[in-house]
Structure formats: C-alpha cells, structure tokens
Design a protein around this ligand. Sequence first.
Ligand code: ADP
Length: 529
Amino acid sequence: MQSFREKLIRIFYPSAIPSVLLKNKGGKEIRKSLELLNAELEERVRGRTHELSQSERKLSSIVNQLPVPLLLLRGPEFTIEMVNDSMLALWQRPGQDVIGMRLLELLPELADQRFPEQWGTILRTGIAISETEVPVYIFSPSGIRIPLYLSYYNYPLFDDSGIVSGIMATIINLTEMVGARLEIEQSRELLELAVGKADMGTWQIDAETRDFIPSVRLKELFGYHPNETMPYNAAVDQITDDFRQSVVDAVELAIGEGKSYNLEYSITGFHDKKIRWVSATGKLYPAKNGVSANFSGTVLDITERKIEEIRKNDFITIVSHELKTPLTSLQLYVQLLKTKADPATSNLLTKIEAQSEKMTAIINGFLNVSKMESGKMHLEKRNFLLNEVIIQSVAEFMLASKNKNVRILCAEQIPVFADHDKMGQVINNLLSNAVKYSGPDRAIEIDCLRLEGRVQISIKDEGIGIQPSDLEKIFQRYYRVESNENPSVKGYGIGLYLCSEIILRHGGRIWAESVFGEGSVFYFTLPSL
Ligand code: ADP
C-alpha cells in the first residue's frame, strides 16, 4: 500500500527517481544529490499538501453553502464522508457532526425504504439511479415521523482504478410543493363529489381564449346531448325572455367588477323544449400564480321547488287581486260618505280610510313580490334627480305620519338613470321602516353622497337596531326579526326584499349597519351617470 506522500510524488514526479538512480556518479555525490532532491521534494510536497488542504476546505465550504442537499457515502457500509448543511437540515440534524458515521446508524428508518438496495446496485453496477417525487419518511431526533417528497440523483464515485467506491447523492425537497398540490387535488375531489351529489352543472370561461366549457350535467340541464357542443350564445338564447336581459347584465357586472352573482331563472331545453328553472352562480377568478383568469359557476335544477313556489305565488296574486276590487269600492264609498258626514263621523271615516290604505299597500307589496318572482317586473329607466324623489317621499310621509322629525341632509344634486316610481318605492319602504322601528319623534336623517362611479343614499334612525345575526337576512323574502319588544309592529318581511331586488336590478348595492338598541343606517348605491 502506497503512503499518501509516495502517492503525491508519483503524481507530480513520475520520472524523477528512476532518472536520478540511473546517473551513477559515485556514492557520495549520489547521496548528496539524493539528499538535495529529497529536501526539494519534501518542500514541494509540503507546499502541495498545503494547497490540497486549502482547496479541500474551499470545496467543503462551497458544498456547505449549496442550497441543494448533498451527501458523499463511502463503501458498502454507506459511511458518511461528506454532507452539507442543507442535507443536515433536511434530516433535522443541523450542526451535528456525522462524518464517519454509517448513514443507516444515523437514520435507521431508511433501512426499510428504497435507498440501501439502490445504493447497493450503484456500488455493484456503477450506474446512476435517480427518481422524482418519491415519498420518504425520516424520524426527527425527538422521534416525530416526518413525511417528505423528494427527487434525488445518486451517482457512483470511482477510485483511481475505476472501481466504484462511493456514492454522491443530491436531493431536491419537493415536500411543500407536492403537499400543496395534494391539498388542491383533495379539495377538487371533494368539490367534484359535492357537485356530483348535488347534481349540479358547472361551466367555465377562459378569460383569454373566451372558450366556454360546460360540464355534461350542464348540457343535460340545457337540453343538449352529452357529446354535443353547447355554445355560450346559444345557452343565453335559451334563457326565457323575462329573464334574459337581467342575467346578461348580472354576468357583465360580474366580469366588469369582479362581483359574483346568484340568480334564479328559467330556460327552454335545446332539444326537448322543456322549461326548467335553475339557480345559477358565477364568479370571476382573477389570474393568479401563472394561471389565467377564468369566469366559472354552477347551475342547479330547482324546477320542482319553483313550480311549488309559482303555485303559491299564483294563489297570492289571485287573492290579492280579488281583495283589491272590493277594497277600491270600499275606499270610494268612504270618500262618498265623508262628503255627507258630520265632523265626528268624518273623523271615524278618515281612520277607516287610513286603514284601507294600509291594506292596499300590503296587497300591492304581495303583488310586487309575485311580479318579481315571475320575472315580470320591468324597469322603465329615465334620467332624473334622486333628490326630487326623496323630497316628494318625505313630504307625503310627513302628511300621513305622526313622526315629523325627518331631515333631508342631501347637499348635492344626485342625477340618476333609474326607474322613478321604483326609486320612490325604495325610499318609502326604508323611510317607513325607520319610523316603524323607532320611538315616536326619534330623529331620522336622509343623506346623499356622490362617490367614485356611484351615488350613495343613507337613511339613519335612532330606533331599536338590528342584531348582527339578522343584518344579512333582513333582505331575504318574508324574513322578519323575531322580536318580543315590539309585538305591535306588523309586517310581512317583503319591504326590504323588494328594495334589494329593485336596487340589484339597477346594478347597485343595498346593506344595513346597526348597533342593537341604538339605531340603524340603511344604505343603497346606484351606478352614477
Ligand atoms: P317588515 O314588513 O317586517 O317590516 P321588511 O322587509 O321591511 O319587512 O323588514 C324586515 C325586517 O327587518 C323587519 O321585520 C325588522 O325586524 C327589520 N328592520 C327593517 N328596518 C328596520 C329598522 N329601520 N330598524 C330596525 N329593524 C328593521
């Protein structure tokens, strides 16, 4: 076995010794020149050894700084010859001195996994082995099992004589990436399961390519065969006339302003011409992490429920119409009687008149709901100043109401393009609620604001207020807050529903803020001109 020095002499001066020995110039001279040569060689070897250990230090510092985990194993025992900080961090053993240890002694859990066999193969064959996204586990020093996903490259290391003497392993840790992907896959599977269970149709529009991709169930709902193409425009044409425009408007608003929509409408089947009712949602998902923006949503068949609702609505409509006729006659008779009545009777007749007007308002409310439900509420938009409607509503209100403490703060002109009567209806509803749910003569303030791209109206009261849990729900049809405090206040939970439908159909927003026990503010916005 050659010593390290001998090895170096052979490397740097392969022909030095033989040539000296060949020059046979007598014993003394030879010894002297040999001594000289020896001294010179020792000096050079020292220099070279120093250089070598320096470059070895440099190399190990570079290896240590590599962000990629790297490991050098020697011999059949897989002894650790070199390992960098990244690898130690991956093993959860930062800073530990592991050089010279057998890897399977340090991480015995690897013995049952794929590596020892692969390393053995590399040592035998000299062929590199690499794999991607392999699930591996290790135990932390405190015994916690850590699952990892790794891509690794195992290369053979050859000695001078060309024999495989070790293995160099580099690793790419994909745990986070694979984990995130698995999570996405899992939620997608869950979503697909839920969508399947609910028998929902789904669709997607790529914002760049404008490709419309409907699911098979969606095609079925729109009366197409599963393998047929269902173009977007054809699907829009299948929406019945009463709803088509409002759906198109909602979709445009959702794309333009990134809002989501949730609508119920009827469609005519493409082949079977069957009328189906659907509940549809849609939302724009902006481009993120290199995935282009897409507009997608769900469509659910609600025909059965809707038919039941239509039946109920029809009943309410018929009853409301039937009630309206005698009520109108009653009002006419009261007016007639008033002309001939003495003051005391006239006073009583005025009360009858007020009550019958209340009944008319309730009946009109029900008629409006059924119009809305059947898509028959049409907007007749024109340009006007909302201030006028507010002033008119408040003036009419003051005449009939005991509460005279209503103030209009609007300092600005608010021009809008809207349905004049419907706006009057919204303001009347909000105003009468403010009065209804406040004590007598509590202050009510109406204010207007012109904001970026929209106008905002607020109606503030100092009334009973609304609990946070009710705030979202009060705009739902027939929703009333269960209250023992104000059992005398009667209503059917349709006023705010009508307000919200009217405002939404104008492309605006309606909401309320409230402190329970202190008062509420109702806001609505409309797109500005
Ligand atoms: P209702 O006919 O019951 O008043 P609405 O749809 O107008 O129907 O209102 C729904 C519910 O919202 C009401 O029952 C009431 O509890 C609550 N509400 C509406 N406006 C106010 C307000 N200004 N202050 C407190 N509660 C209100």
